[in-house]
Ligand binder design. Structure first.
Ligand code: ADP
Length: 505
């Protein structure tokens, strides 16, 4: 305290003498006003020095104060328990090692202190909110209770007739509690000053009534108490600034986290809206499109034999365009609903070899139309029953087969499966779909899994499709813990591979 006031005085004096601040303090015309200004500035500066530079934002300062008080209450709680436990230890040591009976006055005083500190600790724990709210009254009161309790104990025991020890213990108690009162109890400076004066009075009073009063020693004690006040003040200032910095950093981090969370929520909501819109739109278009396709085939049947070659071709072209549009809408719908389809629907039992053969049969018609050969190799897993999500696998394999047929004009499509046993009944399965088609340039390989991506913009016209199939496959594979990869060379052909874990039943 003394130290702080002294250093502040020197700094302030120098500032005024050197005229730091730019404004002439004593001008002829406004002497009184300048004096008032100066007093105000001194008061303001003193308060700022004393309060450890509070935040200019009042709300922030209040928030900081609340956090400060809460940790003060917690410290008070820990202090009480520590004090109670240390007295329990002293009591036990004296009882067992030095055979001091529990009925001895010292032991009885200890027992009373143990109860008192436990009671304070328990009360602080149960009524934390009340303590926090009335912190400025509760904290000094607690401090007085601590000091009186400990000084009373020291006075009663008189440390077995050794005045030096008695002085030493009273003094160190006072010094420690002064520092604690400044830092741990975190009281406003004015209350801390009052409390330290009270502590000093209590200490000297204890020494006085103990009957071993010695003026020199008391003088020394007063010096120690002043020094401990100055140390306590500076420790408090240092920690206060540090805590303010940590408080600001934590607040900033919390704000950033909250903003990120809000961003994620906003993105999720926007995505949901977009998905719902796409799903609704494609569904709404699909229904009339189905009607158009059906009517086209009805009309074709009605006019069978009556149409010229040219008209029949036009009919067929319209029908093909409708089919293509329907397929694109299907893809769109699936892409929009991907969140739903990639959901974990639980495992069901299936035979992988049967599933693959079924897929090959579904696309067999278009394969034969193009005159492509088909080779299926399902030897390794033939007859095995697995647990998994067959509908997702089926969709992926069908998509790969459709692509293979679509982008191959001559040659062979190969569907093969290989399995590698990771643990008993646990397999890593790899299904590959290889073709001898147009292939994909190396630079495009990383892009083809992106939604709506086609290697060439003319593909949708030449081969149909929307560029969504592979991205749907990738998403479905991820949802079952698998992956999809591709190797391809232009002209030579492509090989798509899906790898995923499967459990045998
Ligand atoms: P879509 O086939 O509907 O266009 P996909 O997502 O299934 O969409 O495929 C994206 C692109 O990847 C295709 O447009 C094509 O350029 C390329 N691709 C996919 N499979 C093959 C393949 N087997 N051979 C050559 N290119 C392929």
């Amino acid at each position: 305290m003394v130290n702080a006031a002294f250093s502040w005085g020197i700094c302030r004096g120098c500032t005024l003498l050197c005229g730091v601040g730019g404004k002439p303090v004593f001008s002829e015309s406004s002497r009184t006003e300048a004096a008032r200004e100066m007093r105000k500035s001194i008061r303001h500066s003193f308060m700022r020095q004393m309060r450890g530079r509070p935040f200019r934002n009042t709300r922030l300062e209040q928030e900081f104060g609340a956090a400060y008080h809460l940790s003060g209450v917690r410290t008070g709680y820990v202090f009480s328990l520590m004090a109670a436990l240390s007295f329990v230890v002293f009591s036990c040591v004296e009882y067992f090692a030095f055979k001091r009976p529990m009925t001895d006055t010292v032991q009885v005083v200890r027992a009373a202190l143990i109860l008192l500190f436990f009671a304070i600790g328990w009360h602080a724990k149960v009524h934390t909110e009340k303590y926090e709210k009335n912190f400025h009254i509760v904290a000094p009161a607690l401090m007085v209770v601590y000091v009186s309790g400990i000084l009373f104990f020291e006075y009663r025991t008189q440390l077995y007739g050794h005045p030096e020890f008695f002085y030493l213990s009273v003094n160190s108690t006072c010094i420690l509690l002064t520092i604690a009162c400044y830092y741990f109890m975190r009281l406003p400076i004015s209350i801390a000053i009052l409390l330290s004066l009270l502590l000093a009075a209590l200490t000297i009073g204890t020494v006085y009534v103990s009957g071993v009063f010695n003026a020199t020693v008391v003088g020394r004690m007063l010096t120690y108490i002043s020094v401990s006040n100055a140390v306590g003040f500076w420790i408090r200032r240092m920690f206060d600034m540090r805590e303010r910095r940590i408080f600001l950093q934590t607040k900033r981090l919390k704000n950033v986290a909250a903003l990120k969370q809000r961003l994620i929520e906003a993105e999720t909501a926007a995505n949901r809206t977009k998905t719902t819109f796409m799903a609704m739109l494609s569904h709404e278009i699909r229904t009339p499109m189905h009607t158009v396709t059906r009517l086209m085939s009805v009309m074709q049947k009605d006019f069978e034999g009556q149409l010229s070659e040219k008209r029949l071709k036009t009919f067929q072209q319209v029908e093909q365009a409708c089919d293509q549009l329907l397929a694109t809408l299907d893809d769109l719908l699936h892409y929009a609903m991907l969140g739903g389809t990639s959901r974990d629907d639980g495992d069901s039992e299936f035979k992988l070899d049967v599933l693959l053969v079924e897929c090959a049969q579904i696309v067999d018609h278009s394969r034969q139309e193009k005159g492509l050969k088909l080779a299926i190799d399902v030897e390794q897993i033939a007859g095995k029953i697995f647990a998994g999500q067959p509908h997702k696998l089926k969709r992926v394999i069908l998509n790969l087969l459709v692509n293979a047929i679509k982008f191959t004009d001559h040659g062979e499509i190969r569907l093969a499966v290989a399995s590698h046993e990771l643990a008993p009944k646990r397999y890593q399965v790899t299904i590959s779909v290889t073709d001898t088609g147009i292939g994909i340039p190396a630079a495009e390989l990383k892009n083809i899994f992106q939604p709506f991506y086609q290697v060439d913009s003319s593909y949708s016209r030449r081969f149909g499709g929307s560029g969504l199939g592979l991205s749907i496959c990738q998403e479905l594979m991820r949802s079952i813990g698998g992956a999809i990869a591709v190797k391809s060379e232009p002209v030579t052909g492509s090989a798509f591979e899906v790898t995923f874990p499967l459990t045998e039943r």
